[in-house]
Design a protein around this ligand. Structure first.
Ligand SMILES: [Zn+2]
Length: 184
């Protein structure tokens, strides 16, 4: 892949118009427009709806739009799969203990990339780079079962003081609809 700067013309022969720059350049330009119209909402850091949403990083899932959330309403914690890792527990612990959230919503989704990976991914990485990653891949086959496991990890965490309102869902990327998974 050819890296270009905002000052360079398209040199990679991929047909990107000259002057467009990299994707990051476009994001920075978009931010200039955003900031020009921005007014200080006067909020503090405590989420208004007192909820933390843990979700997959999938590009098809627009959490705020899908859940009717506004700026300042919630914490969003996202990673590959929306799985509850130690680092997600770290964020939830800070969310609850320092920033006042009380509810946790877990969102996986249909057609997740994690369904096509296995722990072999980790083994292959080790072969390639000569070092085994410290983290588990956390791939899964059964999305409902993985939601249940995530619910359980939140509910049994010794660090979280508020575990009575923890619910898990699967977001359908074709319909935009959430389906709740019973903890069972
Ligand atoms: Zn996903």
């Amino acid at each position: 892949m050819v890296m270009t700067t905002s000052a360079s013309v398209s040199a990679d022969g991929q047909g990107a118009p000259a002057g467009d720059g990299t994707v990051t350049d476009r994001l920075v330009e978009a931010n200039e427009r955003y900031a020009a119209a921005f007014t200080d909402p006067g909020m503090d850091a405590r989420p208004v709806q007192r909820v933390a949403v843990v979700a997959c990083m999938d590009a098809r899932l627009d959490l705020h739009a899908a859940l009717g959330l506004n700026l300042g309403d919630c914490h969003t914690v996202r990673n590959a799969g929306g799985v509850v890792t130690d680092d997600v527990i770290r964020s939830l612990t800070i969310s609850q203990r320092a920033l006042g959230t009380r509810s946790v919503v877990l969102i996986h989704h249909t057609n997740c990339g994690m369904e096509s990976l296995t722990e072999e991914f980790r083994h292959d990485l080790e072969l390639e780079v000569g070092q085994r990653p410290a983290w588990a891949v956390e791939s899964f086959r059964d999305v409902d079962q993985d939601v249940r496991q995530s619910i359980e990890r939140v509910r049994t965490s010794p660090f979280l003081p508020h575990t009575d309102d923890v619910r898990g869902f699967v977001f359908d990327v074709k319909t935009g609809r959430l389906r709740e998974v019973s903890p069972a």
